[in-house]
Design a protein around this ligand. Structure first.
Ligand code: NDP
Length: 284
């Protein structure tokens, strides 16, 4: 078994991003909007700022008050969309209850969509034309690339069909000619999750339920990517029962330390990609 750690891959991709930033000759700018106070969001902001600055990306932080109305946030986003100095925009989660995240994220220009979640960018994945990708799905693809596995015709099982991970990831895998099965709550409730797990040559789990996947179900030699983050008694664990799964897998991601370190780097890659597209006038 080989441990598939995110950090060394992140370091390599960081080097590639730094080179691209140098080629751009203009410092890309990521605008980050936080609405209200939230310790969780503040931790993310701190880590995003650190990553951005280490790559030569300027991080501009905008904080709006807890009682911000939807229209006020829309106006702030529109202002950043129109500001030519801004290349990427990220809206920090969670948002206060009076604000609908899905509705707001649609107001971010698809050309400045740092998280790759705008419907236009999502739609481009269907056509294999996406340049800006949802960060976690892109992180999983980078981890798979690192294993050297040829996905062509492989039995790949994705557990979880969320818009940020499972759905876009299944399309990215299809693009590589994997045979993709997407499992979700319906699969579990029909009592059919186990049969899919057992046949998976590549298994990606993004659910958010500690030890949902029993290690003894993993196919011998499978590649296992555990996206889940669960806090159990102050410890962070994934969705896969690691110790048992590690006995069978050829590669397995640790939690923490697998997908996580790459996700924020994918965000930065999107900002640089967006900047490159904007400067080359591919996007008006
Ligand atoms: P969501 O809650 O949006 O999606 C979870 C998915 O799992 C849904 O499709 C849900 O189906 C499905 N599901 C729920 N219970 C079961 C079950 N018993 N069997 C099979 N499928 C089930 O979560 P996210 O996609 O946002 O995140 C998933 C996990 O990944 C979380 O732990 C999150 O913290 C982590 N994460 C980690 C990141 C990283 O950088 N490492 C980044 C993003 C997420 P349905 O909706 O139909 O109920």
């Amino acid at each position: 078994m080989r441990l598939l750690e995110g950090k060394p891959i992140a370091l390599r991709i960081k080097e590639e991003i730094r080179k691209r930033v140098e080629e751009l000759r203009v410092r890309p700018v990521l605008a980050s909007i936080q609405v209200g106070d939230n310790p969780g969001a503040e931790t993310y902001v701190k880590s995003q700022r650190k990553s951005a600055e280490s790559l030569g990306i300027e991080y501009r932080f905008y904080k709006l008050s807890q009682d911000t109305k939807e229209q006020e946030l829309i106006d702030a986003i529109k202002g950043l969309n129109e500001d030519k100095a801004i290349n990427g925009i990220i809206l920090q989660m969670p948002l206060p209850e009076q604000i609908d995240y899905k509705k707001m994220s649609n107001f971010i220009s698809p050309h400045k969509d740092a998280e790759g979640m705008h419907p236009l960018n999502m739609g481009k994945i269907v056509f294999g034309k996406a340049k800006i990708l949802p960060c976690t799905a892109a992180a999983v693809m980078e981890l798979l690339r690192e294993t050297g596995i040829d996905l062509y015709g492989k039995e790949v099982v994705v557990v979880g069909h969320s818009e940020i991970v499972g759905k876009p990831l299944s399309l990215l895998l299809l693009e590589r000619f994997a045979t993709v099965t997407v499992c979700h709550i319906g699969t579990s409730q029909a009592g059919r999750l186990q049969e899919h797990i057992e046949k998976a040559e590549v298994l990606v789990v993004a659910v958010g339920k500690a030890c949902l996947i029993k290690g003894n179900l993993i196919k011998q030699g499978a590649v296992v990517i555990d996206v889940g983050i669960n806090r159990i008694n102050g410890k962070i664990v994934g969705d896969v029962e690691f110790s048992e799964a590690a006995k069978r897998a050829s590669w397995i991601t640790p939690v923490p330390g697998g997908v996580g370190p790459l996700t924020v780097i994918m965000l930065m890659r999107n900002v640089v990609e967006a900047a490159a597209l904007q400067y080359s006038n591919l996007i008006l």
